[in-house]
Design a protein around this ligand. Sequence first.
Ligand SMILES: Nc1nc2c(c(=O)[nH]1)N[C@H]1C(S)=C(S)[C@@H](COP(=O)(O)O)O[C@H]1N2
Ligand SMILES: [Mo]
Length: 413
Amino acid sequence: MNGHPTDATVHELSRRRLLRLTAGAGAAALGARPLLAGTAAADPAPAPSPVPGIVKPLPPELFIPQGTNAEMRWEAMAGQGYYTPIDRFFVRNHTATPTIDARTWRLKLWGDGLRRSPAEDAPVEFSYAALRALPSHTIAASIECTGNGRSLYTTQQGQTVSGTAWKLGAVGVARWRGVRLSTLLERAGLLKDAVDVMPRGLDAEWVDKGRNLGHVRRPLPIAKALDDVLVAYEMNGRPLPPDHGFPARLVVPSWVGIASIKWLGDIQVSREPLSSPWNTSYYRFFGPDYPPEGSAPLTRMNVKSAFELPWDGTVQARDARVLHGRSWSGGGRVRRVDVSADGGATWRRARLHGPAAEHGWVRWAAPWHPAAGRHELLARATDATGAVQPDAAPYNTLGYLFGAVARHPITVQ
Ligand SMILES: Nc1nc2c(c(=O)[nH]1)N[C@H]1C(S)=C(S)[C@@H](COP(=O)(O)O)O[C@H]1N2
Ligand SMILES: [Mo]
């Protein structure tokens, strides 16, 4: 794919990063302190993080800061392989990434749904070493925030919604390795009449509008917990990074991102249905079309597509020959993608290429011959269940599951 616009962007990015590194080394070399002293003072002062609660670097060419969160820029996926590299995977933190010592950390399972450990103060415990010694399993799966695309309710549909104003970059696909949750539940003595499990994170308690809602936690029906849920300790072949849940997180394939609890501390297993604000006050549809208590708790994600281009950015005409993008769905594999480069007047079928993991995305490409000027790019995906991206997303006050065809503005120069 030589001459592809976004390859140029990527080269430009690496060149800029190189310049920055070179500038840093130069400053150190010219500094009065001897380089070999190895003091922090010899290093260039690290730039303050645009999101203090996030540990990994958030260079502006890869991320858009969003409050306590960091959104991936879609142009950063141009020229990348199937998986989202860790250095650009979005981060969604209610509070801040905690520092956890794997040597003292324990995952605790407890509750009346377990034969071996009905009480919280006498849990079944797994150390990090014990977890890593259990039979492992690897899956390719996306994690996507339920609010991904939320800002489009406003910019595209003129509606007011509350929550983080993500564009389409609150999604990533990684290769996760860990232990099946079903394995841990069986070892902890799961009873046949257990109905719900509730994983809970070790990050700080979350205070929303003055109310302390406690640690981030959300119940999961036992059927899903036993089906394909992973307690992951590796991401793309590396130990889970701090921002993504070290030492272990849940990965709940196809479901709303909030289900994939990070920094797992304990999992309650219950014979009665469990609830938390994350399945009652949040992660339901609210609004005029729903009952006062909201819809049923949201489970699967919907169908979406994104172009590997800057949002409302500029590309050089000589580089604009192929449109690249990715589509994904919580309903199953994406089977078909149609693309329009003229605001929806004409459409053509994109060519799907590369792997398409059941819980991941598929990459696609379509020829592009734009004139100079401003254009609107559209991509409409269809998944294995026949679900197609609609022209408009059904309104809900918290702006969840924006699945309509996005109108991506771009200027060709
Ligand atoms: N403990 C804990 N788990 C959490 C969260 C959190 O703030 N705390 N955020 C959730 C939400 S809303 C999303 S979308 C995903 C984001 O995962 P990521 O930050 O690894 O991309 O983690 C989920 N798990
Ligand atoms: Mo989320």
